[in-house]
Design a protein around this ligand. Structure first.
Ligand code: ADP
Ligand code: MG
Length: 393
């Protein structure tokens, strides 16, 4: 496996700044979710894949218990945070430094030895685009800090590590995020998507290699983000909880899509009914996608499931915005086999499954549609299903 560029750059900058080599260099990828949106907090199914893009961390132990982290993406003093590992507590570090500090804190709280260390990190995941730059950073720091203290990485349970990273993000950073992103970053397998049952946290890599089938996964960052996204997220969670209560199930995951038509009448509120319909049908679409991938079916056949997922997010869950709807529409009109918004919604990225030879035409069609509508041009992000977090040197 070749060394990812961010790991190479982190390592070179480490040598410049600190003199001498790091003790090791680690890398953890960002992710994109192929299908399964807003199913995670309903204990349902998701199908993300780890990207080739991610965060590289060069690290060296320090004897004084101080953790010092420098990001190559930030200038000057802003780019370095410093804290004593022993003093870490929620609220002790704010800003971007809360991500690495939160990971050190969660590891320490769980009883792992956490040494003081100098860390230099570099990333090629665009932040805030919905490709989980924050989890790539956290997972890279997690494997680096563990690697510095626990020389035998085979003792690491990656799902347990994903839970620790969730604790860091929920309780230290203060972001109410789920478990999918860390699971994808830590468990990623090249040329596979990861079928994750968010109730049991069972992970099954399923073959997904567009390139080997004359296809490509086009991801477009629409460069839009809704200002009220936190409130919208809380609102969808509340609607799902209300729907589960009305149906008398622990979570919407327990509702079979085939039973939906007969059960729906028990939900009085038509908005909640639509929210439930999205989650239940989305779980079914994930399962159908997984069946096709497991069976080695023509990948083009999952296109209709991707597009149906988008329609469900647009009409039933109401989490799309004009920019993402237009990107999906333009990609399909230009010949994509399927297209959908990916991520939490209200902006972020759109993915499209396209013939490899048509990728530029489809991207150009979306750009032209955006220009016509007066939207900021979208940015293409190469997307290849890639390996998960690892030590690279
Ligand atoms: P996403 O994870 O979807 O990219 P978030 O808002 O969850 O978006 O995370 C973005 C935040 O993560 C940034 O505002 C910053 O605090 C932190 N972050 C991401 N990448 C870096 C980096 N290379 N250096 C420093 N902080 C980063
Ligand atoms: Mg994030």
């Amino acid at each position: 496996m070749t060394t990812p560029e961010p790991a190479r750059r982190a390592s070179a900058t480490f040598v410049e700044r600190h003199g001498g080599d790091p003790d090791g260099v680690w890398f953890a990828p960002g992710r994109v979710n192929l299908i399964g949106e807003h199913t995670d907090y309903n204990e349902g199914f998701v199908l993300p894949l780890a990207l080739a893009q991610g965060v590289g961390v060069a690290a060296r132990r320090r004897a004084d218990g101080v953790l010092r982290v420098t990001s190559r993406q930030l200038e000057g003093a802003e780019g370095t945070v410093e804290c004593a590992v022993a003093d870490l507590a929620p609220g002790a570090v704010s800003g971007w430094g809360a991500y690495p500090a939160g990971v050190a804190w969660a590891l320490r709280e769980a009883g792992h030895p956490v040494t003081g260390a100098d860390l230099v990190l570099d990333s090629d995941v665009p932040p805030g685009a919905g490709l989980s730059s924050s989890h790539a950073l956290e997972c890279a720091v997690a494997v680096a800090l563990l690697g510095l203290s626990e020389p035998d990485p085979t003792t690491l349970d990656r799902t347990a590590l994903a839970r620790l990273v969730r604790t860091a993000e929920n309780d230290f950073v203060g972001a109410p995020t789920g478990i999918m992103d860390q699971m994808a970053s830590l468990h990623g397998v090249a040329d596979h998507a990861l079928f994750i049952d968010t109730r049991s946290l069972a992970v099954e890599p399923v073959p997904f290699d567009p390139g080997a089938n004359g296809l490509a996964l086009l991801v477009l960052d629409t460069r839009t983000e809704h200002a009220l996204v936190d409130g919208e997220y809380a609102d969808r969670r509340a609607a799902c909880a209300a729907g589960a209560a009305a149906l008398g199930v622990a979570a919407l995951r327990d509702v079979a899509a085939d039973d939906l038509a007969t059960l729906e009448g028990r939900i009085g509120d038509p908005v909640v009914r639509r929210r439930v319909r999205h989650v239940v049908t989305e779980d079914a679409r994930v399962l159908s996608t997984v069946e096709r991938l497991r069976a080695g079916a023509d990948l083009r056949s999952i296109g209709t499931l991707l597009t149906a997922s988008h329609a469900s997010m647009r009409d039933d869950f109401e989490i799309t915005v004009p920019q993402v709807d237009l990107a999906v529409h333009a990609a399909l009109a230009a010949g994509a086999h399927g297209a959908r918004m990916t991520g939490g919604g209200f902006g972020g990225c759109v993915l499209a499954l396209v013939e490899a030879e048509a990728i530029d035409d489809v991207a150009q069609a979306v750009r032209a549609a955006y220009a016509g509508a007066g939207f900021t041009a979208p940015v293409p992000v190469p997307a290849r299903p890639s390996a998960g977090a690892r030590r690279v040197s």
